[in-house]
Design a protein around this ligand. Sequence first.
Ligand code: PBG
Length: 311
Amino acid sequence: MRLLVSEVHVRVDDLVAPLFVREGISEPQPIESLPGVVQHTLDSLRREVTELVGLGVKAVILFGIPAQKDAVGSAAWDPDGIVQQALRALAADHGENIVLMADLCVDEYTDHGHCGVVDEHGNVDNDATLELYMKSAVAQASAGAHVVAPSGMMDGQVAAIRGALDDADFSDVAIMAYSAKYASALYGPFRDAVDVSIADGGDRQGYQQDHRNVREAMREVELDIAEGADIVMVKPALAYLDVIRDVASSVDLPVAAYHVSGEYAMIHAAGERGWIDTDAVALEHLTAIKRAGANVILTYFTRWFAEHAVD
Ligand code: PBG
């Protein structure tokens, strides 16, 4: 009876698996703060995605860790950059059988860890950064990305990327915009995963959103839609369910939510101590995110869900 009258079910089709691929390693590297998640080699990434396809997973999003970082993050748009290599390999392996998404930002590629070009005062230069994102979008699309996902929160990034993609004949490549992305303390384990620490104890409060605000989130979402976003995202998820709900009820685009690294790590950490039931809490969280209105959920629980979860 409970199943018959239940309102929301998470399905594997709703989920996107975030995957890390690192240049210059010969074995996958575990990430201590993200149990069960690894930095992949190109080969182990290919095996993982083949298994995910076999499990019915419909989408992955790639993050790269380059061998060399520099001031502008040039490996982000190098045709031989690690994510571009990975996209080419996965596109050849799977064609249209899985949606290939690429996170589009430079923080994994810069030696200072910021999401853009830093000026002489240590501030991120918004408009100079857009140029880098445009080059990265075209590099990712050329390598086979079906979706590019700008996560840097620069003003005007969606319009700039849409223009660059259209000019390069990639009008069918979609943009999933990290629209309402908060300057959250929940990204800690992710920064371990991509070997990023922000220079001089800096943070991203200059470009990511203040956790006290929700009207600002709606403004960011509306701007991204006007600029050409195809999917809009709220991130993190659990502490921002009200934002997901507000966005979902006021836009007519698909809404994504990112259940981020810290959210995953907290569940595992408490579960390891026997303080909570890891699987039950994971399912409860994913269901809550969907119930709030997200159609697309990016989560490190994707493989677990595809293998084990019975809703
Ligand atoms: C930026 C990016 C971040 C995450 C996704 N894209 C980190 C940040 O903004 O500092 C975080 C994802 C997570 O915590 O799981 N490229």
